[in-house]
Design a protein around this ligand. Structure first.
Ligand code: F6P
Length: 364
């Protein structure tokens, strides 16, 4: 029997970072190098590394097998959530299709396959590139928003929920000491998973998510109810994409022309104060949810995903995304995984749990 020819695979992290990315990189490198005797090239700054000349990459070796990688936040490869190569912003303000440069970069590295660690936006771009360039691609889902269909958990989500829950643990005693209503604004883009999960786990009185429309009257009435029952404080969690009283999502403009959600917490704090007479304080958790050490569960998911992705390449199965379903690591067609976002089901178990615990979701 002749040995299978050695392969060279590429790996990149794309989109917003999160806790657990280095654990994925470690697992991929370990399985590919130790398990199959392949070479692994880490591409820097997501797809940007393939666009730059010379192509920016580093060969991964035994140093990334270190358990330090399991604990380390961020991504050693760097990442980007800007610069769609199909409409790349040029210095003169125009948009240029630079996809062929990327594909050329991929070929220059002599790769046999690429592993992309990303969310829905990154996968849409990588998949289009793979189809155009005719190269094999496997996806590993990561996003604190947990809005990818077909996987119960994306890497980073559980760590973000743990951070938001800890924030509520810390806000509760100070809220009680000062008789205040504390508002915690959390990330999640268009999905309320972080808000809902952390709100339940952290004992929130009110949880507002973009999937369920609220009125300020319902929120105020619930805070009054809490008071009448003899409690002097309340905890409110709001997801960043929740709309203001004019039905608009609140956005922050950043210096270099980018925009993100942010600001609904402060608007809500001012309104709750006005309507209920309560003293309010607002905490915007922001990128704290993305950094830091991954939880044990995120490390387990990251490790299983990394190993399974390499095994898919070994088996010649491409255009797939690894996924977590029913306590197992499985794989699904990548196109199907990004066809529609996974939002909070207003009739699902988590919403039912919240309602049954007397948590107000703003709609009644
Ligand atoms: O998608 C991940 C995420 O953290 C969202 O929850 C948030 O809205 C956005 O990225 C923030 O992006 P940036 O890193 O550009 O501020």
């Amino acid at each position: 029997m002749t040995a299978a020819p050695a392969k060279t695979i590429g790996i990149l992290t794309s989109g917003g970072d999160c806790a657990g990315l280095n654990a994925v990189i470690r697992a991929v490198a370990c399985r590919a190098i130790e398990g199959y005797g392949w070479r692994v090239l880490g591409i820097r700054q997501g797809t940007m590394g393939l666009m730059r000349r010379p192509v920016e990459f580093e060969e991964l070796g035994p140093s990334v097998f270190s358990s330090t990688m399991l604990r380390m936040g961020g991504t050693i490869l760097g990442t980007t959530n800007k610069g769609n190569p199909f409409a790349f912003p040029m210095p003169d303000g125009s948009l240029r299709d630079r996809s062929e440069e990327l594909i050329e970069g991929y070929r220059e590295l002599g790769l046999d396959a690429l592993i992309g660690i990303g969310g829905d936006g990154s996968f849409a771009i990588l998949r289009r590139l793979a189809q155009q360039g005719g190269f094999p691609l496997v996806g590993i889902p990561k996003t604190i928003d947990n809005d990818l269909d077909a996987t119960e958990n994306a890497v980073g989500y559980q760590s973000a929920v743990a951070v938001a829950t800890e924030a509520l643990d810390r806000l509760q005693p100070t809220a009680a000491s000062h008789d205040r209503v504390m508002i915690l604004e959390v990330m999640g883009r268009d999905a309320g998973h972080i808000a809902l999960a952390a709100g339940i786990a952290g004992g929130a009185d009110v949880i507002l998510i973009p999937e369920i429309a609220y009125t300020i009257e319902n929120v105020a009435a619930h805070i009054e109810r809490v008071r009448r029952r003899g409690r002097n404080f309340a905890l409110v969690v709001v997801a960043e994409a929740v709309k203001d009283s004019f039905g608009q999502q609140v956005r922050q403009r950043h210096g270099i022309g980018t925009e993100t959600y942010g600001g609904i917490g402060h608007l809500l704090g001012a309104t709750i104060s006005k309507v209920t007479g309560a003293e309010t304080r607002v905490t915007v958790l922001g990128h704290v949810q993305r950094g830091g050490q991954p939880t044990a569960n995120d490390r387990l998911i990251a490790s299983s995903f990394g190993v399974h992705a390499v095994d898919l390449i070994a088996a010649g199965r491409f255009d797939r995304m690894v996924a977590w379903q029913n306590r197992q690591v499985v794989d699904v067609p990548l196109g199907k995984a990004i066809a529609a976002p996974h939002l909070v089901d207003p009739h699902g178990a988590m919403v039912r749990t919240a309602r049954s615990l007397g948590i107000c979701l703003g709609d009644c």
